[in-house]
Design a binder for this molecule. Sequence first.
Ligand SMILES: [Zn+2]
Length: 286
Amino acid sequence: MNRLLHRRHALLALAGLLPAACAEAQNQTQNPSQNASAPLLDLPAQPPAQGALVIGRTRPGSRVSLDGRAVSVAPDGRFAFGFGREAGPEAALTATAPDGRTETRRLSVAKRDWDIQRLNGLPPAMVSPDAKQLARINAERAKLAEIRKLDSPLTFFAEGFDWPARGRISGVYGSQRILNGEPRAPHLGLDVAVPTGTPCHTMGPGRVVLAEDLYFTGHTVLIDHGHGVVSLYAHLSAIDVRVGQMLPRGERLGATGATGRVTGPHLHLGLNWFATALDPQPLLPG
Ligand SMILES: [Zn+2]
């Protein structure tokens, strides 16, 4: 299989289209009476890696859980789940059909290696905030945590994603960060080095669930793509959207900048499945 075709298959699998197409092809060659024993879970052929968003499909009306935690299923059977930086080595995905039949798939989560990123010259207050700044940071964390409980019925998560802005990748997901010589939490997003004022677009259709200035991430926009899948755009110089607004594919949401904790202008792109921070990069076109 050539690279392009492979890429196309990967994208189709990501969008949940390939498993469905395969299931259909299988059904055509099966005796319909055997359909009751057809697999309940359609998942991408490639095993997931740490940081992955996984789109699956099950029979409509089925219930799905990941390691015992309920996962919402759309009316057409599509669902999403994700694995964080520390996930693995295994996870169990279970589907229960309306007739009570249950299927469990044991997933191996591929381990990844992480970069070490050293950043120096940050303002000391950004590395070690004082008590007043901590109060603001904690209030903002609590607000983000609430937003990340949102389990909306939107299904844009299954329709593929685009780059919000194109530029050199200056920071990758998962890097261990050493700020002004002090070890800090890993970098859980993707940095694109673009000059201040570069148009920033939503990575997929969705609803604006936050649009405001935050301590670390500066002018920040969060877009809900459904079922707990939320993208984040940070350090913006301008925000063009408001909370509650529905954005079609490719809509401009603002302009990139250097607000919040930064050493220079760039877009920080984040993607969450509920509280779990995922890697947006594998979802974006090559
Ligand atoms: Zn970043």
